[in-house]
Design a protein around this ligand. Structure first.
Ligand code: APR
Ligand code: PHB
Length: 399
């Protein structure tokens, strides 16, 4: 399939940000084209976090991608925190006036959006690698891309970089027009998929002297489990038994049987190591080039904000482009970067807070460990502290 030569909105990247933006624009009658460098199978297999805020679920439903999500998504009313041999449950609806989250894997969101796009959407080209974006400061930006061994040029009214953290769009903004704020962490996550039912109905976030552990799930029969590991760890360093032993040790309670069920062992079907990083590039717009999702900002996965931020960005952007389409006014587009960055920085703070409160820094002093435990105890005993966590976890309003 060859792509068009001109489009109103050229979208680089067919991850959740690019696919959802295309859907929203298509429904608003705005023509667009998505260029995705990988093939469909690769994009549909990539493992990422799977917690959807209510606002994310609402947007997916409104654009027609809610059918399987409503059938298979697992609605969660809280999480469990474990620290110092104790377990504490946070009741989200009680703490937030009724808000909940839904467990539905990002891979499934992506599959649903791709199916919709290929059935009735604007062009989506797989194996189409954007090489450069030029003319962003002019009236007619263009994307040069490689597809089926040949170079092509797509001229656009606007270009949106939804090409993730390693994409090309961010670097098309001149270096003196952008600023990146970053933080790296002295640990990574080992993530595994296991064919065992989740050990608890809810996600369990565990602080322990041996490092963080997270018990999550994909379906009623598949668990998603994470262990804090040193940077540079190879998955091969972690045979299955070592993983199960460590998950068990890190989550042990002083009074077993208190909070939740037993950790069942079973076949591990995937293992990978994820680096942890926080990064924000400002502003999220340069002329007719806009950045959305991981192309503009990333969060460490603790708290699962990445996908929700990407959805929020493109929702704001689709509204702005629709407003421009109907009225000719760039007011909302002019406000795009500032509108998104408020929410982005809130999520950056929350993700960083969850990460540094729950992980064991290899250089951490005993004093710092006591501070972490005091913070966790505060969340367990103060409704205000608990509500602060619950509000951030379930998602702050879109704008
Ligand atoms: N040309 C075309 N496509 C590209 C290029 C390029 N030069 N570079 C990267 N891409 C594609 C990638 O293959 C990927 O499919 O852009 C897509 C970016 O998708 P994501 O990385 O999933 O980013 P985004 O859509 O912003 O979604 C954010 O992803 O990393 C997670 O936790 C994060 O859940 C969040 C979500
Ligand atoms: C996941 O299920 O992959 C997940 C859940 C919660 C997190 C991070 C990842 O905080």
């Amino acid at each position: 399939m060859t792509g068009p030569r001109h489009t109103t909105v050229g979208i680089i990247g067919g991850g959740p940000a690019g696919l959802l933006l295309a859907r929203l624009l298509h429904r608003a009658g705005i023509d667009c084209t998505v260029l995705e460098s990988r093939d469909r199978a690769y994009v549909e297999r990539r493992q990422r976090a799977g917690i959807l805020e209510q606002g994310t679920v609402d947007v997916l439903r409104a654009c027609g991608a809610g059918e399987r999500l409503d059938r298979e998504g697992l609605v969660h009313d809280g999480i469990e925190l474990r620290y110092d041999g104790r377990a504490h449950r946070l009741d989200f609806p009680a703490l937030t006036g009724g808000r909940r989250v839904t467990v539905y894997a990002q891979t499934e969101v992506v599959k649903d959006l791709i199916a919709l796009q290929l059935a009735s959407g604007p062009p989506l080209l797989f194996g189409a690698q954007a090489l450069t974006v030029t003319g962003a400061a002019s009236g007619s930006p263009r994307i040069r891309y490689l597809h089926e061994g040949r170079e092509h040029t797509l001229t656009c009214d606007y270009v949106v970089g939804c090409d993730g953290f390693h994409g090309v769009a961010r670097n098309a903004v001149p270096a003196d027009e952008r600023r990146t704020y970053e933080r790296s962490y002295p640990y990574s996550w080992l993530g595994v998929l296991a064919e065992v039912p989740p050990s608890s109905d809810e996600l369990i976030y565990t602080h322990s002297a041996r490092g963080f552990a997270l018990f999550s799930m994909r379906t009623p029969t598949v668990s998603r489990l994470y262990l804090q590991v040193p940077n540079g760890t190879a998955p091969a360093d972690w045979p299955d038994d070592r993983i199960w032993d460590e998950l068990e040790t890190r989550s042990a309670l002083d009074t077993p049987g208190g909070a939740s069920g037993k950790l069942e062992r079973g076949p591990i079907t995937a293992k990978s190591v994820l680096p942890m990083r926080s990064s924000v590039t400002e502003p999220m717009r340069y002329g007719r080039l806009l950045l959305a999702g991981d192309a503009a900002h990333i969060v460490p996965p603790t708290g699962a904000k990445g996908l929700n931020l990407a959805v929020a960005d493109v929702t704001v952007l689709a509204r702005a482009l629709t407003h421009l389409h109907h009225t000719g006014s760039t007011d909302l587009l002019d406000a795009y970067s500032a509108t998104c960055l408020r929410r982005v920085w809130r999520a950056e703070h929350f993700s960083s807070f969850m990460t540094t409160t729950l992980h064991a820094d290899p250089d951490q002093s005993p004093f710092e460990t006591r501070l972490q435990l005091s913070q966790l105890d505060r969340i367990a005993t103060s409704p205000h502290a608990a509500a602060e966590l619950a509000e951030n976890y379930t998602g702050v309003p879109l704008v």
